[in-house]
Ligand binder design. Sequence first.
Ligand SMILES: Cc1cc2nc3c(=O)[nH]c(=O)nc-3n(C[C@H](O)[C@H](O)[C@H](O)COP(=O)(O)OP(=O)(O)OC[C@H]3O[C@@H](n4cnc5c(N)ncnc54)[C@H](O)[C@@H]3O)c2cc1C
Length: 429
Amino acid sequence: MSDAKYLIVGNSVAAIAAVDGIREVDADGSLTLIAREPHHTYSRPLITYLLGGRVDEEQMLYRPRDWYEKAKVNALLGTEVTAVHPDDHLVETADGRTIGYGRLLIAVGGTPIVPRDVEGTDAEGVFTFTTWDDARAIADYIEERGVRSAVIVGGGLIGLKSVEALIELGIETTVVELADRMLSATFDRTASELAQRRLADAGVGVLCDTTTTEILAQDGRVVAVRLTGGETLPCDLVIFAIGVLPSTSLVAGTDIRLDRGILVDDHMRTSAEDVYAAGDVAQATELIGGEKRCIAIFPNAYRQGAIAGRNMAGAERTWDGGLVMNSVTVVDRPTISVGVTEASGDGHEELIDLDEAAYRYRKIVLHGDRIVGAVFVGDIERAGIITGLIRERLDVSAIRDLLLTDEFGLISLPADYRSHVISGTGASR
Ligand SMILES: Cc1cc2nc3c(=O)[nH]c(=O)nc-3n(C[C@H](O)[C@H](O)[C@H](O)COP(=O)(O)OP(=O)(O)OC[C@H]3O[C@@H](n4cnc5c(N)ncnc54)[C@H](O)[C@@H]3O)c2cc1C
């Protein structure tokens, strides 16, 4: 058994941020990082562009090749952790090793859902789309089999990210969505409808209120999907993009408290002594509402990882709450949603600027004198400033009539807030 003062399970954004955090406080403490995927740390959102051929493998890297060495990290890549034993301060790996730790961070992200009740999901040509290896396997399959048509099951964010790549590759694509509109968890109805129209204009099929009940295969290879109504849709490729669940199986059977994800306090500590969690696997306090939620986005994972790392090394950093934020490109047009996207009565109010023909939509959701959410479609220029105002919970009553005007910018904000942003404290949180 080899021991490490700090042990990190995971090699993505939360894990890397934790290394940064630890090294800020403790330059030399022994640090081991274990990851199931064999790759050098990479940026997961870029798998869309890897599949679409816009970036190459070198551009996928999240840190330079010599980063582990420089950060004094003993990286065990291609190694799966199968169990955590908090009472004994050790983990087990799939290749039969046990590794002891002083403090442990679990940053294992999420696992894509493949529905158990759909027949035929083991056919060749059926994929999920969350890893570098998924992108590579899909690209290989497309090339080897001369794929011309695809069905994406799920019209959420990862579904859209898959569509983006397939459009790039000239593959005829249909999205099958169980809800009555795409991106229903991310956008309000107007934004969803604009996105759907844009996809339709680009030749992408969108079928709502239905899903796939069976994968039909010939010679073991997918040839069509059957939909809820019994009709079939021919295709050479299927991607399941119906959601991702926090990968909590690692701590099953321990006393570590779970809900949807691993529950953490505002120091990113789990309920077990010396065990921390961060990123998509963690369920931490949300900024608006204060509930504990899993918010599976890159910036949250980074911020949580950095806080966990510093705290593991003995510093004192607290989490001020996660903000739900999604950005996706819909046929070359950027869209962003932040926080609350629909006013729900009780003191909420919406400011709207819509130009359907120009494919431009901006909405700000207010609660009393504060902004609690926003949607931007086609024009995301002020999204950063508005997000800052949400985070800072700034009283915007004096500037609310300006918020959606072309004149609105940093200059419209109170001088003390402007200097707060410019000095970095407001912008960095
Ligand atoms: C296609 C796609 C596009 C996305 N686009 C965006 C975007 O535009 N903006 C945005 O904010 N977010 C986006 N996201 C979400 C973002 O990528 C995640 O929020 C972020 O990667 C989470 O980081 P993480 O470190 O928590 O976990 P992950 O990135 O999921 O990494 C988990 C790590 O744990 C390792 N691991 C897992 N299980 C084990 C085990 N048992 N033993 C050892 N190692 C293990 C894995 O190998 C990996 O290194 C996207 C996600 C996908 C899939």
